[in-house]
Design a protein around this ligand. Structure first.
Ligand SMILES: O=C1O[C@H]([C@@H](O)CO)C(O)=C1O
Length: 586
C-alpha cells in the first residue's frame, strides 16, 4: 500500500491550477449536501431506486431509475472526499445492490456493493448506506451489481477532481462525462430467464446504442406492428447534444457500461487525444476513434477546431461482434448553431467490426504517463492462468474459467470468511491453470467435465499475483468473443496482450515492465491473451469477472480473498441473508 501512496505523492509536482470547467461543474452539481473535514468534504446523497416507464430510445419500457433518472445522478467529488449514499430500495418486489466501479474501497471492503461477495442484497423497502472515500482523482462509474439489473438502466458516473492547488499534466477548458451503453427492449427478467433456461435463449444483439442515456430506435420498424409504445417525436429521445465553443478544448470522459457490446466512438472530423484510462494518466496519443469495452473509462481531449458553421455527428458503433444495431448518435454542436440541427453528413460507421488487429494495436498503444505510475514489481509470487470457455453443464449453457463455472453463494464471502462460516461455500481451491499442452483454443470443444462451483482463490496478503486471461473458441465453430475483465478492489498493471495461445516461457520475456498502464478493466481479444499483475494488498474479498452482464450471470468470473483477517468490524447492515441471518442483531 505504501508503494501506491508513493505513486500518488510523486504525482503532485505540478503548479497549482484548477480548471475553470471543473470549477463551474462543481458549483452546478452541488445539489448534494456537503460538509468539510480536514481530510476532505463529506458528500451526502439520498437516492431512491425505483422502476419507472421511460423511453430512452423512443421505445417505452420499464427502467430502474435513481431519483427518477437513468443514467442516475453524477457523483462529482474531489480526491479525499467521503461519499455517503443513502440508498432506498423502492423496487417493491426486488432486491438491489450498487457497485462503485474503480473505487478500491481501501478500508471499506463492505461498501464495494457486490451482492453475494461483499454484502447481502438490499431488500425492498430497506435503506442501505454506502460510505467510502474517493482516494484518487479520475473517471469512475457506479452500477447495479445484482442479477442483471445494470441493463435496466441502473448506472451513473463518478468524477473525482484533483485536490485544490494540484494541476493535471494537461489542460482543457471544459469537462464533460459521457456514458455509452447498449439498450434492450426485453426486461432483465426475460433476459435472465432465457439465459438460465433449457433450451438456452441468448439475449441477442441490442436494439439501440445510447449516448448519455439517449438513443433512437426506428419506431416504424415492422417488428413493432401497430403498437403505441414507440414514438419517434418524443423529445425525451432526441439525441444527446454536446455543445462546444469554437476554439475551446474539451475533456470528454467517455465510459462504457454496455451490457454486451464492444463499441467504437468517434466524433466526425475531430481527432481525440487520449490522456486518462480508468483513473490513470496515459502517455497522450492521438486517435480518430476510440475502441471502448464495457467497464472502461477514458478521458480524451477534443479541440473544437473544425468549420464552426455546422454541427457534427458523435457516433458509437458495435465492434467485435457482427453489428445488428444501428449507430448510436449524438450531436457535436458548435455554438451558436442550433443544437438540434442535424448534420447533413453521413454519420461515422466505425472500423471493420472484425478487425481484431486494429483493436489489439490500440490496446497496445496505451502506456503509463511518464512520472505518474510506478512500474510493477519485476517478478510475481504466483501465476494464475484463466482459460475462458463456453460449455454446457447439465444441459445449461454456461461460461467457465478453467472448467469451473462460477456461482454466487447465498452467504456473502466477506461475512463467511470473517465470521468463519466455512460451510457456506466450497472450500476446494479452484484450478490455477488448464491443460495448457493439449488444449486447442481454436477448436470448438465440449469441455464435458466442466462443473459449477462457488470456490475462491485465496491470495497471500501483499503478494504479487500475475493473471493470464486466455481466450478460446466458443461452442460456435470459428468463433471467439472479446471479454472485458474487471477487477474489484485494485488496479492492475497490464503487462501485455497477444494473439493465440500464451506461451509461459516466451511471452513473459516480452512483458512491458517499463511503462505499463494501470487499469481496472481490460479486454481479452478474440483467440488472444492478456497478462496482468497486481499486489494483493487490499484486505477484503474481491470479484474479478467478465463485464458483459450475461457472461458474469452465466458464470464467467472468479473471486479473490486477501488479508480478510485484517478487515475491521463488519457493519451489521451488510448481513441478514444465508447463514448471516441473526448476525445483524445489535
Ligand atoms: O454466451 C453467449 O452465447 C451466445 C452464442 O455463443 C450462442 O448463442 C453468444 O454470442 C454469447 O456471448
Amino acid at each position: 500500500m505504501g508503494f501506491l501512496f508513493a505513486a500518488v505523492q510523486w504525482r503532485f509536482i505540478n503548479p497549482p491550477r484548477l480548471s475553470f470547467g471543473l470549477f463551474v461543474l462543481f458549483i452546478f452539481t452541488s445539489s448534494v449536501l456537503t460538509s468539510s473535514t480536514v481530510e476532505g468534504r463529506i458528500r451526502h446523497y439520498k437516492w431512491e431506486v425505483k422502476y419507472e416507464f421511460k423511453s430512452p430510445d423512443c421505445y417505452k419500457k420499464l427502467v430502474i431509475a435513481i431519483n427518477g433518472r437513468t443514467p442516475g445522478p453524477s457523483i462529482i467529488a474531489q480526491e479525499g472526499d467521503t461519499i455517503i449514499v443513502e440508498l432506498k430500495n423502492s423496487l417493491l418486489t426486488e432486491n438491489v445492490a450498487i457497485h462503485w466501479h474503480g473505487i478500491r474501497q481501501i478500508g471499506t471492503p463492505w461498501s464495494d456493493g457486490t451482492e453475494g461477495v461483499t454484502q447481502c442484497p438490499i431488500l425492498p423497502g430497506d435503506t442501505f448506506t454506502y460510505k467510502f472515500v474517493v482516494d484518487r482523482p479520475g473517471t469512475y462509474l457506479y452500477h447495479a451489481h445484482y442479477g442483471m439489473q445494470r441493463e435496466a438502466g441502473l448506472y451513473g458516473s463518478i468524477r473525482v477532481s484533483v485536490k485544490d492547488g494540484v494541476s493535471e499534466p494537461f489542460t482543457y477548458d471544459y469537462d464533460r462525462s459521457i456514458i455509452l451503453n447498449d439498450w434492450y427492449h426485453k426486461n432483465t427478467y426475460e433476459q435472465a430467464t432465457g439465459l438460465s433456461s433449457k433450451p438456452f435463449v441468448w439475449v441477442g444483439e441490442p436494439q439501440s446504442l445510447l449516448i448519455q442515456g439517449r438513443g433512437r430506435f426506428n419506431c416504424s420498424s415492422p417488428i413493432l406492428g401497430s403498437t403505441n409504445v414507440c414514438n419517434s417525436t418524443n423529445p425525451k429521445c432526441s439525441p444527446y447534444v454536446i455543445t462546444v465553443v469554437p476554439g475551446k478544448t474539451y475533456r470528454l470522459r467517455i465510459s462504457s457500461l454496455t451490457s454486451l457490446s464492444a463499441l467504437n466512438f468517434e466524433i466526425e472530423g475531430h481527432n481525440m487525444t487520449v490522456v486518462e484510462a480508468d483513473g490513470h494518466y496515459v502517455e497522450p496519443f492521438v486517435i480518430k476513434n476510440l475502441n471502448i469495452y464495457s467497464g472502461e473509462t477514458y478521458s480524451v481531449l477534443v479541440k473544437a477546431d473544425q468549420d464552426p458553421s455546422r454541427n457534427y455527428w458523435a457516433a458509437s458503433n458495435v465492434i467485435s461482434r457482427k453489428p445488428a444495431t444501428p449507430t448510436g448518435l449524438a450531436i457535436f454542436n458548435y455554438y451558436p448553431n442550433h443544437p438540434r440541427r442535424s448534420p447533413t453528413s453521413i454519420p461515422p460507421t466505425g472500423p471493420l467490426w472484425n478487425d481484431t488487429s486494429y483493436r489489439v494495436a490500440q490496446s497496445l498503444s496505451i502506456k503509463a504517463r511518464q512520472g505518474y505510475i510506478l512500474p510493477p514489481p519485476v517478478k510475481s509470487d504466483r501465476v494464475i492462468t484463466l482459460l475462458n470457455t463456453q460449455n454446457e453443464i447439465d444441459g445449461y449453457r454456461r461460461w467457465a474459467v478453467n472448467n469451473v463455472s462460477f456461482n454466487l453463494p447465498h452467504t456473502p464471502y466477506l461475512i463467511a470468511l470473517k465470521e468463519k462460516l466455512r460451510h457456506s461455500f466450497d472450500q476446494t481451491p479452484p484450478p490455477e491453470n488448464y491443460d495448457y499442452k493439449n488444449y486447442d483454443i481454436y477448436k470448438k470443444q465440449d469441455n464435458a467435465n466442466a462443473t459449477s462451483s462457488n470456490s475462491i482463490y485465496r491470495l497471500k496478503f501483499n503478494s504479487t499475483v500475475d493473471i493470464i486471461l486466455q481466450n478460446a473458441n466458443t461452442m460456435v465453430v470459428n468463433n471467439s468473443e472479446t471479454h472485458p475483465w474487471h477487477l474489484h478492489g485494485h488496479d492492475f498493471w497490464v503487462l501485455g496482450y497477444g494473439m493465440g495461445k500464451f506461451d509461459p516461457i516466451e511471452d513473459p520475456k516480452k512483458y512491458n515492465l517499463a511503462n505499463p498502464i494501470m487499469k481496472n478493466t481490460v479486454p481479452v481479444h478474440s483467440y488472444g491473451w492478456t497478462a496482468l499483475r497486481f499486489i494483493a494488498d487490499n484486505p477484503g474479498v474481491w470479484a474479478f469477472h467478465c463485464h458483459i452482464e450475461a457472461h458474469f450471470y452465466m458464470g464467467m468470473g472468479v473471486v479473490f480473498e486477501e488479508g480478510v483477517e485484517k478487515v475491521g468490524r463488519l457493519p451489521s447492515s451488510i448481513m441478514g441473508c444465508g447463514e448471516t441471518k441473526g448476525f445483524n442483531r445489535p
